[in-house]
Every structure is written in C-alpha cells, then in structure tokens.
Design a protein around this ligand. Structure first.
Ligand code: RIB
Ligand code: CA
Length: 314
C-alpha cells in the first residue's frame, strides 16, 4: 500500500462530523495524527467531548483529541442545537468518554505537527468553522508549506445558504477565519452545499447502516435518524444532506468528485450577506483562483464507499 496520508481532522461534532471521523478511522489509507475540536454546532466543551465519544465508538481511544478555539476570531459564537440537539450528538446514547482530552491547545498541536513535518506532508480536514486553522496559519505562516492541502466543508453558491439566505453555517460562524484560510496560499479544496445537498440520507441508505448489526452501524443510523429530521422538514426531501463525510471521501476516492479552480471570497462586511462565499464559478472576474470548488459528486459511489468502510468497524 502507498504511504498513508497524514491528516488532522478539525471538527465541531455534530452528527455528520461523527460519520466523517468514523470514515477516516475505518480507512487504512489515512493516518489520523490527531483531532482538534472547535466551537461550532455546539460549544467547545461539547465538541471536544463528542470527538472523544466518537473515537471510543470507533475503538480508537489512542487518537489524541485537543480542544481549540471556543469563539470565532471576531464574531460572537453562533451554535446549531436546533439541528444537532443539545448535546451536539443527539440520536444514539453514547457513553461518557473515558479517554483523556490532551493537555495543550489544539492550535499548538497543529503548529507542532506542521513544525515536525516535511513540505507538503500534512492534510488539514476542516469539518467546522475554520477558527483553529486560521489561528495556526496566523501564528506560524512560515510553516504553511508543510500543508499539502486544506479540505473544508463549507459555503455554497447555487444552493444559497443554510443559516442565512446567503451563508452556510461553517463559514457564517467564522467568516474572517474562512477568508484568511481561503487566501493562505496553500491548496484549498471546498465541499459546499452545492455538492453536499446531492448526498441525501434516504431511508434505504440509513437502513443499510442499521442492517450492519454492529455498534458503529447502529449508532450511525441513530445519528442520521436524528440529524436528518430538521433538513427533511426544511427541504421537503426524503433524508437530509450528509455534509462532512465528503471531506474524507474526497481523500479516499477523488474520482467521485468534480469541480473547478475558481476565485472564492468571503463576505465579512455586510450583515445581510455575512459569511457568503462569493464563488466565481463562471469566472467573470480576474480575481485569483484560490479554491478548488467541488460541485458534483457521484452520490451512489459516495454512499457505497461510506457503507463499505463503516462496515469494517464493529
Ligand atoms: O452547514 C453544514 C456544516 O455545518 C456541517 O459541517 C455541519 O456539521 C455544521 O458544522
Ligand atoms: Ca461540522
């Protein structure tokens, strides 16, 4: 097997974050160096605990989990309990974690990991607001070259926003961090709502997880049963969009995805459009093409990969 791809997962679990983490931990192509929690779907005290619950669900209490930013860079924290429940991981009844939270700040862990790495060696997988990553880049710009790629779930253009009419949640929570990361000069791949809205958790797909008869399969079905209810009602669809696992699936099977290298800017001035990703899909400007913007996914292939890999966990 080729050398394992070294990744750090930055996350605000969140049911869909949980499925993304499970996918990463089930995939031998990836070496998860650590998980860094950020405030987003729920406050930091819950996102870091949820990250540890998911590692233990996957049978991986060895994965170092760090707590990071409790607030966005500039804005006041906005959370999403209305989607994820008060724990942020409503659905399954997962036990309190026994694995410890690592001492030290998540941003220090990211910087220390980059400092010890070779050029282009580390992939940052961002499943929540980009606060931790922006802080690390701001404190250690000289280490940016150690980043192979930043893969982020966030934004939207053709699908509009899911938090305001203009903005997707991760970018809306910390637009200043997103704008900084999108202009950091390293390869940035973005999985926006335009793509994730194609990946609906239909009954057949959720039942496939339940039919595994494993702890992970059952917990995944329960996570999705809870997670999808809000979007099913909002969009009138069978199932809801499954966002974050696309970040990991992109690393495992890039052939499932297609998009364009385009300019993406983030609104940080207007309250009306705060956090909007102004994506120049039609290339009508000469602004720098700073983001690999994913627009299309083979959704059947995505779910086939997800189901096959999660079945490897017990
Ligand atoms: O808008 C969807 C994104 O916001 C996902 O990452 C979800 O977990 C929430 O963080
Ligand atoms: Ca998330």
């Amino acid at each position: 097997m080729a050398a394992r791809r070294k990744i750090i997962i930055d996350t605000d679990p969140g049911q869909d974050d949980a499925v993304a983490i499970l996918l990463a931990l089930a995939s031998p192509e990836l070496e998860v160096l650590g998980i860094t929690a950020v405030a987003g779907n729920v406050p930091l005290a819950l996102t870091e605990k949820n990250a540890r619950k998911i590692c233990e669900l996957a049978g991986r209490p060895d994965i170092p989990v760090y707590a990071g930013a409790a607030q966005p860079l500039v804005r006041k924290l906005v959370t999403a309990e209305y989607v994820h429940g008060k724990t942020g991981l409503d659905g399954p009844d997962l036990p309190e974690p026994t694995m410890p939270l690592q001492p030290g700040h998540a941003v220090d862990f990211i910087i220390e990991t980059l400092d010890a790495a070779a050029e282009d060696e580390i992939t940052l997988c961002a499943l929540g607001p980009l606060t931790n990553i922006a802080l690390a880049l701001n404190r250690a710009p000289h280490l940016a070259g150690r980043i192979r790629e930043i893969v982020s779930m966030g934004g939207g253009l053709f699908e509009g926003g899911n938090t305001t009419p203009a903005a997707e949640f991760n970018i809306y929570v910390d637009p200043h961090a997103a704008q900084a990361v999108f202009h950091c000069g390293r390869p940035v791949t973005l999985h926006p709502l335009d793509l994730t809205h194609q990946c609906l958790t239909t009954r057949e797909r959720v039942d496939a997880f339940r039919a595994m008869g494993t702890r992970v399969g059952t917990a995944t079905a329960e996570l999705l049963d809870f997670f999808e209810r809000f979007d099913e009602q909002k969009y009138g669809t069978e199932g809801g969009p499954l966002h974050d696992p696309n970040v990991i699936a992109w690393l495992l099977a890039p052939e499932l995805y297609s998009g364009r290298q385009i300019n993406v800017e983030v609104e940080t001035g207007s309250e009306l459009t705060m956090g909007m990703t102004v994506a120049d899909w039609w290339r009508v400007t000469d602004r720098p093409r700073n983001v690999h913007y994913m627009r299309y996914v083979d959704e059947a292939g995505f779910y086939a990969l997800l189901t096959e890999r999660l079945a490897r966990l017990d």
